[in-house]
Ligand binder design. Structure first.
Ligand SMILES: [Zn+2]
Ligand SMILES: [Zn+2]
Length: 233
């Protein structure tokens, strides 16, 4: 359909290309999203969601088992998914949360298989600065009644993680989270916008298991392909 005509009828503008759109994205930008779900042929490690031949647990995970048991990622951290996540996190584009929540929800095969959904908490200082927690905003759109926003708190922020390797990032976040209640026997899902080295999620999973959680799965919108100097953790 002619873009001008479509805009007259639907009134929407695509967040990425600014063309006419019925929804947050136009059909073409939506089709361009780097989805990690089928029909993508990419095989992923079930534990960390990085590429892994034949979909087996990868060498990195075998060398040092993460405290989380599994990772489900909706998208690769590549254009335009990275632009959407960045805009939600740093530019206050809260209108993107429903779209990112929907993309993640579509990727989760059995959302009912967990007892509790925990968005990765921000420290109270970071929350005051930003005014919202992007992980909470995404989790609100997962359509789950098991959201537990204040069940775990972040007591301190890690220093900037960019350029640090996995081990340095692990040290940086150690002891950052404190559970406010027991999670005895519960199957927990952690929600975040981006997973890079997984150090933050690993530390949160450690806190959950110390509080008794039976299993921990990461539900993340974007997964970076490798450990680069990205600013996300
Ligand atoms: Zn578009
Ligand atoms: Zn792995």
């Amino acid at each position: 359909m002619h873009a001008k005509l479509a805009r007259l009828i639907f009134g929407g503008t695509c967040f990425v290309c600014r063309g006419a759109a019925r929804d947050t994205l136009c059909e073409s930008c939506d089709a361009d999203l780097p989805r990690l779900a089928p029909p993508s042929e990419m095989s992923l490690c079930p534990r960390c969601a990085l590429e892994s031949p034949s979909g087996a647990v990868c060498g990195r995970c075998l060398a040092q088992l993460p405290r989380y048991d599994a990772t489900i990622a909706a998208l690769a951290y590549a254009f335009p998914a990275d632009a959407l996540v960045h805009a939600l996190k740093f530019r206050g584009e809260l209108a993107l949360a429903p779209l990112l929540g929907k993309l993640l929800r579509e990727r989760i095969a059995s959302p009912g298989s967990v007892d509790c959904v925990i968005p990765v908490p921000l420290s109270s200082q970071r929350l005051r600065e930003r005014g919202y927690n992007q992980a909470v905003e995404i989790a609100r759109h997962l359509g789950t009644a098991k959201l537990a926003i204040d069940a775990c708190v972040r007591e301190r922020d890690a220093p900037p993680q960019a350029g640090l390797d996995r081990e340095a990032r692990r040290r940086n976040v150690r002891g950052a989270f404190r559970c406010q209640r027991s999670f005895a026997g519960e199957r927990v899902a952690l929600v975040d916008d981006v997973m890079t080295t997984g150090a933050t999620l690993d530390e949160l999973a450690r806190a959950m298991k110390e509080a008794g959680a039976a299993s921990v799965v990461n539900w993340v919108v974007c997964r970076t392909a490798a450990e680069t100097g990205a600013s996300h953790v």
